[in-house]
Design a protein around this ligand. Sequence first.
Ligand SMILES: [Zn+2]
Length: 413
Amino acid sequence: MTVTIQLDRLRQSLLALAQIGATPNGGVSRLALSDADKAGRDLLVTWLKEAGLTVMIDEMGNIFGRREGKEKGLGPVLIGSHIDSVKEGGKFDGALGVISALEVVRTLNDEQVTTRYPVEVVAFTNEEGVRFSPAMLASGVLAGAFSLEYAYTRTDKEGKQFGEELERIGYRGTLKCAPRDFHAYVEMHVEQGPVLVSEGYPIGVVEGILGLSWSRVTIRGERDHAGPTPMVMRHDALVAAAQIVTTVRKLAQTFGGDMVTTVGSLDVEPNLVNVIPGRVVLTVDIRASEEEKIHQALARLKEEAARIAQAEGVQIEVENFWHVPPTHFSPEIVATIEQSCQRLGYPYRKMVGGAGHDANYLNRVTRTGMIFVPSIGGKSHCEEEETAWEDIEKGANVLYQTVLALAEAEPGR
Ligand SMILES: [Zn+2]
């Protein structure tokens, strides 16, 4: 008989954690390194110890709970996510991955299984990046994307430094925040989008994460009076901006695949009823799983911008200020997760995630994969965030089977 996790136990722990920083409308506010974050961490550490794990805290406050394996000298299968939240966020984002990892370990304990490789539960610090920017700061330090010094000197909007706040809540550990001999990393997470629910799949096997490109488009026209200036003599920055917005929408249609494109911010100057806008600054967000397509779309945007500028008699400058290449997870881990779904008889869909996760950075240092479970209504980063318990049960069972397969593999695999 296939061993399965205990949903009741998982649910109890998840809901107990959700009490910490609970908001009146059923969400959580557990910002990184806040008092609520500290209380959540303390509870998690208690549970890890109760499960017989050795708890280690690294220099970035990442929490690891280690369950030893049978053979010495083998690196751990790492499973987890994050327990910080956005302001008025949901109770599943991040927490589900950590509590499911804990449930996997509890189930291994129930079954008295000693795996060949060690298994470690991990909770990464400051994944959300709402209090201390950028997001995924601690997994980023672990992967070498940011220095420890850079991370410690990030400040929140009250001017408090990350390093000091980490110290204050008592989670500045001594373990070096660096890659170790990780065997693999698997993160279970809510999808945060509508695809699984709309297509009726309980599990998403995540092959990668969309790359993203952010640009700032500055349009300079001629500010003038809305009355006396004839239409033919206008150089209206907002009319040009409107064409940029529709051009950005068309990029996704033109390049197809999984590309998504957004203009999310628009500043109009002087933004007055009787003045022809003289200057507009807008942002462009382009995401796709193929790096080449992102570059092509950006090049197309620049061509179109030049054409629009000429036609309206304005100046348009396109400045690319942030780029994250697409993440392609380990085909071996993806295949292992698929096999786990097949063994359990669960329908699944391979997919590419649209948002960043700690798994993006872990993918740089070890074989990595992710398991998505459906988000009802596709909602996340809000109090209404919800996932059906039966889907959570399936997701955690897939995680359990995946961990077993990875932790029992022949050494050298
Ligand atoms: Zn998350």
